[in-house]
Design a protein around this ligand. Structure first.
Ligand SMILES: [Cu+2]
Length: 126
């Protein structure tokens, strides 16, 4: 086999390992929202090839302030969507963008990029 073919095979294996890590290991990390004095739940989420953290646990009925810190120019992450809430917002590169919402129901509240490739979730609990 040629050098090029070997590189394609190795690249493919590396991609499979990375995808498995991303979906099965990285996603299990759940961050708890820090509750500030005023009862606002504030979470900083770094946007760089994904959402870090991607799972955030929050309390129902309390204002949640999500501060998206976008550290890249990749077109993929330029929009953030909360499909269940009808929220769509542009995230300028190398800026922090704040989205505030108050979850009224327990359960999962998903957020994605404009193409639903990058995904994250708020886990709303009582
Ligand atoms: Cu995308």
């Amino acid at each position: 086999m040629s050098m090029m073919e070997w590189m394609v095979i190795i690249g493919g294996i590396a991609a499979i390992i990375w995808i498995n890590w991303y979906f099965f290991l990285a996603r299990q990390v759940v961050s708890n929202a820090a509750i500030a004095l005023e009862g606002i739940q504030e979470v900083a989420i770094v946007v760089e090839g994904g959402y870090h953290p991607a799972l955030v646990s929050v309390k129902r009925g309390k204002l949640v302030r999500l501060v998206f810190d976008r550290r890249e120019r990749s077109g993929c992450s330029e929009e953030i969507l909360f499909p269940d809430l009808g929220v769509r917002k542009f995230l300028p590169p190398f800026r922090k963008t704040t989205i505030e919402l108050t979850p009224t129901e327990t359960g999962d509240l998903e957020f994605t990029c404009g193409m639903s490739m990058l995904r994250g979730r708020l886990i709303v609990q009582d």
